[in-house]
Design a protein. Structure first.
Lengths: 121, 359
């Protein structure tokens, strides 16, 4: 990793965190129901993009910057867990398991879709 | 400072965690103002979910919507001292919603049995470090209220404020042991009086206020409607209604959490604002006092949702609240004699002069 690569990693990571926050907040406010749709949308879109990157066979420093820096800070495992826990606190057990299950299954499907798209590029 | 029994005024400011005043947080500016003016009681509460005029939904359920939670600052003192603080507070508060309500400090000639209406709201202020025997003071207060058959009680824990004369702020690493707490109880005058007698024997110097309220629904029973009021009094001063819903984190309406459904419906129908405050201990109706339990994932704390608007608009919010409390919960109404909404589109008919006492 060269100095410009570190800078690119930091910039892309910061920008991606910002994009995640804005998209999540905008969606969550529109949906306004108990289901954390904003975080799901962020994680699924991030999975598609990572699939594209992997499918397009990006490698080396470019892969580190885009995958670890960008998509790593865009998607969020801890928020997924946090909001699932909050659903449990509120006694919404079915929504808790829907959030956990749907994120897993749809996440894998999104990654496959992205991989196929990336390969077709 | 010592608190004398008698007529008092309760000031409430509804705003947001992000609101600023001259480069600092409004919450700090407001609590500093309370402290500087040595108001008898000052307390800052953080809401769990809510929205304000033109403001987006804020909730602690979703991480990205939880950085600007609703805040409620309450101060109580004599009418003169509160009215003297109002102009400075209005200048500081920007576009928050500010209300003034009549209250009485309990003690001397001002006892619950002298209250004009059959139902009374009693608010008891304690410090969280204060203890009653082996339990925190607020738990002992709730136990006494429950023993005397008072309809409901909710303990709200402050994040900043003045309890027993000293400014105590909840800090991340400070253990938060000394923050003030307010216990709000609603019930029949005689039962509140009996509870007050018991509290006088338990607490060294109980600090409590009495307010007139009307219980509209309790545990699914329809008891009354809010007072039918014109939007202004005979002298043209504005009058407002405050509805309060008391329920628990576990209360449901058709499979939805009652307080979340209430906030959602009010927001969808265009209400000016509503805030859900999460208590730490309490009960309503026939339940035993409850709070969160160690190692239990599901929360079990009480919730209070105040809704303030003009009497005519509150008719609609009452229909919604009455529908949602159709099976459980407590719904009360109060009269607010002065209110101000700042900012663009804000109004304050009659300024913050109190509308006359209503018959």
């Amino acid at each position: 990793m060269t100095a410009p690569a570190w800078v690119a990693l930091a910039l892309l990571g910061g920008g991606a965190a910002l994009a995640r926050f804005l998209l999540d907040a905008a969606l969550a406010e529109r949906v306004a129901g108990p289901f954390p749709a904003g975080t799901l949308a962020v994680n699924l879109s991030g999975s598609i993009l990572l699939g594209v990157v992997a499918g397009a066979a990006l490698h080396g420093v470019a892969l580190t910057i885009v995958a670890s820096g960008g998509l790593g800070s865009y998607t969020t495992f801890s928020t997924w867990m946090f909001e699932s826990h909050r659903l449990g606190e509120a006694g919404r057990a079915s929504l808790l398991w829907l959030n956990v299950g749907l994120s897993l299954l749809a996440g894998l499907a999104a990654l496959s879709l992205g991989h196929w798209l990336g390969g077709a590029l | 400072m010592s608190i004398l029994p008698g007529e008092a005024l309760k000031l409430t400011l509804y705003f947001g965690e992000h609101d600023r005043h001259r480069g600092r947080f409004l919450s700090e500016a407001v609590l500093d103002l309370f402290e500087r003016r040595r108001l008898a009681i000052g307390i800052l509460l953080r809401g769990a979910e809510g929205f304000g005029a033109g403001r987006r939904l804020q909730t602690d359920r979703l991480l990205s919507l939880s950085e600007d939670l609703p805040l409620v600052a309450v101060a109580v003192d004599s009418r003169e001292r509160i009215e003297a603080a109002v102009p400075e507070l209005v200048e500081t508060a920007g576009d928050g919603l500010l209300t003034l309500e009549r209250a009485r400090f309990a003690g001397g000639d001002h006892q619950p049995e002298h209250e004009p209406h059959e139902e009374v709201k009693l608010t008891v202020y304690t410090g969280r470090r204060e203890r009653l025997g082996r339990v925190p003071a607020h738990v002992g207060v709730v136990a006494a209220l429950h023993r005397q058959g008072v309809a409901g009680a909710t303990v709200l824990l402050g994040v900043d404020g003045m309890a027993t004369g000293r400014r105590l702020r909840a800090r991340f690493f400070a253990g938060n042991a000394a923050v003030p707490a307010m216990t709000i109880a609603v019930g029949e005058r005689e039962r509140i009086a009996a509870a007050m007698d018991e509290l006088n024997g338990l607490l060294e110097r109980p600090v409590a206020t009495l307010e007139a309220i009307r219980v509209c629904r309790r545990d699914g029973r329809a008891l009354a409607r809010p007072r039918a009021l014109a939007d202004s009094d005979a002298a043209g001063l504005g009058v407002w209604t405050k509805l309060m819903v008391y329920c628990s984190e576990r209360s449901e309406h058709r499979g939805h959490a009652l307080h979340l459904e209430l906030i959602r419906r009010l927001r969808a129908e265009g209400a000016a604002g509503a805030t859900a405050l999460r208590g730490v201990w309490g009960y309503h109706g026939d339940h035993a006092p409850h709070g969160d339990r160690l190692l239990a994932l599901r929360r079990h704390v009480p919730i209070v949702v105040p809704i303030v608007d003009t009497p005519s608009r509150c008719e609609r919010w009452f229909e919604i609240a009455a529908e949602l409390t159709g099976e459980t919960g407590l719904l009360t109404s109060e009269t607010v004699p002065a209110l101000r909404i700042g900012g663009p589109g804000g109004h304050s008919e009659g300024g913050l002069r109190l509308a006359g006492p209503l018959p």
